[in-house]
Write a protein that binds this ligand. Structure first.
Ligand code: CP
Length: 287
């Protein structure tokens, strides 16, 4: 049994092995985990991660259970997170996929079956990072020497935090750009208008309003002009460079509508790749 809490636990070779498996799935490979029941417990909202996991589970002949937080005893009767998870363990499920707003929520769970982290607070989102890497690998054929800039709300982004450290150890050079209040000292800053000229990959990020406290908000009306990907900026991008975004994206804030139709845009390709990497990590859970 193999958990997947963060990509920190994996060697570079293990990450590449998962990506190769995902590529095989993208090319039509089939694999069966017939009859295994997987509990998808999303304590935070999700569209892409939850339903691409469910799609991957169906493709692997698994039996998915989707937890309805709104009607649960967790939301309505005071049951704790731990007791909710233990309840599904008592049912005899074979694996868990869990998203939670608390960083490292998985630390005190001690489950007897594999747990795949579908995002924890501002800390990690390993399957998002894997699908981002797969999208980059499909485009460039390697990682070494590529320049990537994460743009926007870095401070509250699990996608940026896990993405930057993983991409750097795979040989990519990572930068950040965006409003000052969302920048962190650990990272190399570059102005967006400069970034678009030299980066191979621009990763736009949503402003994570739901994680903000007092004083963390920025002015929406000027965001696109100052920090967003406009068609004009996209046209200044280096030849061969691509635009990514984990989504959901806010049209007219971090991305101009017209950018979604540009040939540099890989956002829907990322969503498609989400199914393949989740097939690969589910398969790995039972190896
Ligand atoms: N990218 C991502 O995690 O999207 P969801 O929140 O819709 O799962």
């Amino acid at each position: 049994m193999k958990n997947l809490f963060t990509l920190d636990e994996l060697t570079n070779q293990e990450i590449l092995d998962i990506l190769n498996d995902a590529i095989d799935f993208s090319n039509g490979k089939t694999f069966s985990l017939s009859g295994k029941i997987v509990a998808n417990l999303f304590f935070e909202p999700s569209t892409r991660t939850e339903y691409s996991f469910v799609t991957a589970e169906h493709l692997l002949n698994m039996k998915p259970i989707s937890f309805n937080k709104a009607s649960s005893s967790f939301s309505n009767k005071g049951e704790t997170f731990l007791d909710t998870v233990k309840c599904f363990e008592a049912f005899g499920v074979d694996a868990f996929v869990i998203r939670h707003s608390e960083n490292e929520y998985y630390k005190n769970l001690n489950l007897s079956v594999p747990l795949l982290n579908a995002g924890d607070g501002t800390h990690a989102h390993p399957t998002q990072c894997l699908l981002d890497l797969l999208t980059i690998y499909q485009e460039f054929g390697s990682f070494e020497g590529l320049k990537v800039c994460f743009v926007g709300d870095i401070k509250f982004s699990r996608v940026a935090h896990e993405g930057i450290k993983t991409m750097e150890r795979l040989g990519m050079e990572c930068f950040v750009s965006g409003p000052n209040i969302y920048m962190e000292d650990d990272y190399k800053f570059v102005e967006l208008d400069e970034a678009v000229k030299v980066m191979d990959v621009i990763v736009l990020l949503r402003v994570q309003n739901e994680r903000h406290g007092e004083g963390d908000q920025v002015e929406k009306s000027s965001y696109l002009e100052l920090y967003g990907m406009t068609k004009e900026r996209a046209l200044n991008m280096k030849k061969g460079a691509i635009i990514m975004h984990p989504a959901p994206f806010n049209r007219g804030i971090e991305i101009e509508d017209a950018v979604l139709d540009l040939p540099q845009c890989r956002i829907f390709k990322q969503m498609k790749n989400g199914v393949f990497v989740r097939q690969a990590v589910l398969k790995r859970s039972f190896e």
